[in-house]
Write a protein of this length. Structure first.
Length: 464
């Protein structure tokens, strides 16, 4: 066992009871959910690592801030509290609240993209891809090749390959590339950070071609922490200083505030220019609400204003990253394959290596999610072929993505290290009997909307 455990930089003053459903209950739950983790009820889960989005614990200062919420429809004081926090922590003059991150994506991509456009990324996540597809455009992965090797140990596997980026722009022409987006940290590739040096190089390319650079900044504080501990040139800077330097590379950011900003609901777009701000506002009003609340209550804006400041606390971030590393270390000792080094918000098990005998088109990552739930009522999520499949434009053949991962996303300030040990033990138990798992999954029913299949798919086991 890993002996060095960093203690929590907080104490617990309120508890939420959880219950471990027995094996028969778990089996019935899987059947009712059609073997899709999104179909399970929360009460059927003992430890829920489906996502780190909106699942963390707010601080007493955030709870106190809720009482200050101004619920005015337009120009609420709570909006100006958020605006000041954004200016202080991130350095942007313009902020647009949204009800969550995918709403920010809807506003950005729905406004700026047209059919046939290409959007270079390091790697886009699921709803990001879906919004781009919905606009008739296409995301283009430009991440470094090492990102596709789960066993490769590099400090910044989320970096953009500058050569790939330049190739996309030169091939398509800048009129077909309305924006560049970099996800920090890179969720689809295992929660891997992007170096500050690389962000500055991407920014230089964007400026050279006159293309706006957006950051998908849901996990920006974790990325800044990794820069501090892994990028020697910036080790003497504080996390807040590094975060500000990251933001300085971008023209705008999209944020799911349910991640690093430590709230249970909310998103935002931050930008530098009045022109960009007013370009995006009409779609906000059409789909979200007025410009100063964007689908959120005033109390939510107040909690977010506090959370933006709290997310840069280095004691909290140190524990946050250490807890993810603790789970990774326990799995590593047992030989369980996962994306190395451990990510900032999750451990991503390499499901293709875990179940090499299960064909990719039988969804091994999702089989693993079923087996881990079956073993101990732990919910993670498959992020492989079911979530990120592509289709050959000529033959219609399904092309699996380069990575077949199973994500265990650690909720912020929520679970103790004994919970982490329980999760590790259940996964290790599945790993010990992995050769006895003789089935895959097939799709019985799924939505037609491209990029959203895994959320609503009904699955069924099939023998190999």
């Amino acid at each position: 066992m890993v002996s060095s455990v960093q203690p929590e930089p907080f104490r617990i003053r309120m508890v939420e009871p959880v219950r471990l459903p027995d094996a028969s209950e778990r089996e019935k739950a899987l059947e009712r959910a059609h073997f899709n983790m999104f179909g399970l009820a929360a009460r059927e889960i003992y430890i829920d690592l489906l996502t780190d989005s909106g699942t963390g614990a707010m601080s007493k200062y955030q709870w106190a801030a809720l009482l200050c919420g101004d619920e005015a429809y337009a120009g609420a004081d709570s909006f100006y509290a958020l605006k000041e926090s954004v200016r202080e922590v991130l350095g942007f003059d313009y902020v647009i609240p949204t009800h969550q991150g995918r709403a920010a994506e809807n506003v950005i991509f729905g406004t700026l993209l047209k059919a046939g456009d290409k959007v270079p990324f390091n790697m886009p996540f699921d709803t990001t891809r879906a919004h781009i597809f919905n606009a008739g455009a296409e995301p283009v992965e430009c991440v470094i090749e090492e990102a596709y090797d789960p066993s490769a140990v590099l400090p910044f596997k989320g970096d953009v390959d500058i050569g790939k980026l330049e190739d996309v722009i030169n091939r398509e022409g800048k009129e077909r590339v309305p924006l560049i987006m970099v996800t920090v940290t890179n969720n689809s590739g295992g929660g891997q950070p992007v170096s500050l040096k690389n962000l500055r190089e991407v920014s230089r390319v964007a400026r050279k071609h006159g293309i706006p650079l957006f950051l998908d900044a849901a996990r920006m504080a974790e990325n800044a922490y990794f820069i501090k501990i892994r990028e020697r040139e910036f080790s003497s800077m504080s996390v807040r200083e590094i975060l500000r330097a990251m933001m300085d590379t971008a023209d705008a950011i999209a944020v799911s505030c349910k991640k690093d900003p430590l709230v249970n609901i909310g998103g935002m777009i931050c930008c530098r220019t009045e022109k960009m701000y007013h370009t995006l506002l009409p779609r906000v009003i059409l789909y979200e609400g007025f410009a100063t609340y964007g689908g959120l209550a005033g109390r939510d804006l107040e909690a977010l204003a506090v959370g933006l400041r709290e997310m840069t606390d280095e004691a909290y971030l140190g524990h946050r990253v250490a807890q993810v590393e603790y789970l990774a270390g326990l799995l590593d000792e047992a030989g369980v394959p996962f994306v190395k080094p451990a990510g900032g918000h999750a451990v991503f098990v390499d499901a293709a290596a875990f179940f090499p005998h299960i064909p990719r088109l039988k969804f091994p990552a999702d089989v693993l999610s079923v087996e881990v739930y079956r073993e101990g009522a732990v919910r993670g999520i498959g992020l492989g072929t079911l979530a990120f499949e592509n289709e050959d434009e000529v033959t219609g053949e399904i092309i699996p993505p380069k990575l077949e991962l199973y994500r265990l996303a650690i909720n912020r300030r929520t679970y103790t290290n004994s919970h982490i040990e329980y999760v590790a033990s259940r996964i290790i138990d599945v790993y010990k009997r992995r050769h006895k798992v003789k089935y895959g999954l097939e799709i019985v029913e799924a939505p037609e909307v491209k990029g959203l299949k895994h959320f609503l798919a009904k699955l069924h086991p099939v023998s190999l």
